[in-house]
Design a protein around this ligand. Sequence first.
Ligand code: AKB
Length: 318
Amino acid sequence: MKKILVTGAFGQIGSELVAYTRKVYGTDNVVASNIIVKNTPKIAEEGPYEIVDVQDPQQIADAVKKYKVDTIIHLAALLSAVGETKPSLAWNVNMGGLFNVLEVAREYNCSVFTPSSIAAFGPSTPAEKTPQDTIQRPTTMYGVTKVAGELLCDYYHKRYGLDTRGVRFPGLISYATLPGGGTTDYAVHIYYDAIRKGSYTSFIDKGTYMDMMYMPDALNSIVMLAEADPSKLIHRNAFNISAMSFEPEQLAASIKKYIPNFVLDYDVDPIRQDIANSWPNSLDDSAARAEWGWSPKYNLDTMTKDMIDKLRIKLDIK
Ligand code: AKB
């Protein structure tokens, strides 16, 4: 049985991943960790929890030692839009944090899973069906840290034999915890506003395609790759994965199937639009499918139905 430390556990992915992996591996085998925050969420009370700032390697090492951790799922990172407003913090947290995690993992012989992103690509990357191995010249600080992170994880695997694994996540859509400071966040906010107000003003322009995925598929991908037979893994650290690619009008059309009077308009944010324009329109995830059996369950309409059902309960709006 794995003994897992999750960093950034209170974020959009972490908050759901901790609950999910506690079901798979047992509550006591998954340690949630996060920098100190004002309101500690439920997962900190439901099982083991430690305050860990990934910029401090000692705090990571202390948690690994205390719980005899053998697997680190490293999620703590600043996202793309906030990374453009705080580039030096993004570098320190994303690169420094990953380096510290890898060094602790090397010392205590832990496996490391850490996500990369569609942000690891840039404007010179082929935008349609972006291949697994292709040009990577991102133009955001977040993207720079993601492509460097992919390389660093490959390096630790090759140089030290560390079991490092990862996927390139597209925009993740979920109802439990809001994303913070990403470019794909519009595709989450739209559901909240559709239910609360019946309308949404998008900061991403019509016609802008990006890859997306519903959170249950993202959680499943992490466990699938963590459990995958290492002898079958050719790529290891940066698997393209996707579940769908859409632009705002298509998302609105899907929402209208459940909320017929929903209205979408636009007030485009030039910074986030620029970032979105630099990313692929759709990924080719055939390497993940071939090497570890990746296959998403949700498409746009099944995700929309579930998001609306769950958010209506969460927000207590019929
Ligand atoms: C973001 O928009 O920054 C993230 C990502 C695609 O990595 N959701």
